[in-house]
Design a binder for this molecule. Sequence first.
Ligand code: GDD
Length: 348
Amino acid sequence: MTKRALITGITGQDGALLAEILLAKGYEVHGMRLYSAVPDAGRIESIDGLNLHYGDMTDGGNITRLLDTIQPDEIYNLAAMSHVHVSFAVPEAAANINALGPLRILEAMRTIGATENQIRFYQASSSEMFGRSPAPQNEMTNFEPCSPYGTAKLYAYWMTRNYREAYGLYAANGILFNHESPLRGEEFVTRKITKAICEIEAGLRDKISLGNLDSKRDWGHAKDYMEGIWQILQAPEADDYVLATGEAHSVRDFVEVAFSYIGTEIIWEGDGINEVGRDKITGNILIDIKSEFFRPKEVNYLLGDATKAREKLGWSPSYSFEGLVEDMMRADRVVKSRIELQSKIRAV
Ligand code: GDD
C-alpha cells in the first residue's frame, strides 16, 4: 500500500530534499507551507507530484484539520523559525513556532485518535539544544541551550518524549547537527560563504563580512541527514537519535577550504574584530569581521557522536567535509556562470 507522508516546512532546504527522497521511495507526499506574500517556493517548484497545503504551526485548528484530511502514515515536522541569531530578536515567535508548534501536532494526533504506530511523528530536534555542553555530544549528553531557538527546540524534544511515554504515540526525535547543501538559505554561514566567494570570483563583490570565525560545527550534507530521518521513522520502536559526522571544523576552516576550491589561499592577519583574511597572492582583503554577526550568546563547539544511529539504524553519512564544500561551491559557481552569461548576452 502507498504510504502517505506529511512534511511541514516543505519549502525549506530539508523539506525539499526529504520530499524528493520520499517521492523516489514511492510515497504520496503532502507538504504544509506557510502563506507568504513573496515567492518562497523556489526549492520545490521543480518537484513533480507534491500535494501542497497552506498551514501554520501557530494554528492548532488548521493542523488538526490537515491531519484529519490527509490521514498521513508519517509526519515529518521540519517547520521552524530556524535562524539561531534571529531567534534572539523574536524569542516569542521562536517559542510559538518551535516549541508550541510540535505540541499542536502531537495534540492533533491525539484529537484525531491516532493510536500507537498508526501515525509516526518525527520531530526535528537540534544539536543547538546541547549549547555549552562539552563535546562530543550524544543522546546521553546534558542539554544547555544558549538561545531562544535552542530552548524552544528543547521544549519540543521533551514533549515528543512525553507524548510517546504518556500516550503510546509513535513520536521520535532526530537530534541533527548542522546539515548543509546547495539549497541552504543564504543567511546561514556556509551558504553565505560559498555564494559570496563565487560572487567575488565573478567580480560582483570584493569581500565577505563574517562574525565568529573560531566557532566549530559538525557540518554534514543535508541529503545524508534526510535519508537518516526517514530511517529513524522506520525503526520498529520510536526512539531519539543523534545524526552527525563526528568531525568538527571552524568557520575559519570552512572559509579556507571553500576559497581553495577557486585556487585562492587565505592569509589571516590581526585579532578579534580587526582580523582580516587576505588573498596570499594579491594581498587584497577578502574577509573582514563585523560585530553585527556575533550573537548575544554563542555556542562555540558542536561535535556529534552518532554511534547509536550507526549501530541501531545502520546510518552513516556518505559526504566528507571537503565533499560537502565542493558540492556547494560547484552549485554556486554554476549560478555565477549563468550571471556572467546573462551579462554577456546583454552586452551584445
Ligand atoms: N549565520 C552566520 N553568519 N553565522 C556566522 C557568521 C555569519 O556571518 N559568522 C560566523 N558565524 C558562526 C555563528 O556564530 C555560528 O557559530 C556558526 O557560524 C554557524 O552559524 P549558522 O550557519 O547560522 O548555523 P547555527 O549553527 O547557528 O544553526 C544551524 O544549525 C542548527 C543545528 O545545530 C541552523 O540550521 C539551526 O536551525 C540548526 O538547528
